[in-house]
Design a protein around this ligand. Structure first.
Ligand SMILES: [Zn+2]
Length: 112
């Protein structure tokens, strides 16, 4: 994300609007995290979950392999979709905010 490192979050005014804040912490995006929460026991997703979400659990009994692999694929897709949704919505909002900033700058400019 191309943002100044000191920019505050557009949605919750958290002082550091980092990718980690956006994907895992910002309350504004909670509804988009719901489908992924299902795969981690209905709790908040953390950076520590990413490896399991992308690669599947490491200790799977051989007899459970196919079932776990299918669930793991769904978890991975769900995580990709969540990240994609959050970042697309955020980019959209940032473009609107930028347009408004420019419009306000034009409106505030002295006109001789
Ligand atoms: Zn936030």
């Amino acid at each position: 994300m191309k943002r100044a490192p000191d920019a505050a979050c557009l949605y919750c005014q958290h002082p550091e609007d980092t990718a980690e804040h956006t994907i895992f912490d910002c309350a504004y995006w909670d509804p988009l995290r719901l489908p992924v929460k299902m795969f981690v026991g209905n709790r908040n997703i953390t950076t520590g979950d990413v490896q399991d979400l992308l690669c599947g659990p490491s200790d799977v009994p051989f007899s459970e392999n196919d079932r776990i692999r299918a669930a793991s694929k769904r978890a991975t897709q769900s995580f990709y979709d969540m990240v994609d949704n959050i970042l697309s919505c955020k980019e959209h909002d940032e473009r609107i905010a930028e347009t408004e900033r420019k419009a306000n700058a034009v409106a505030a400019a002295p006109t001789d």
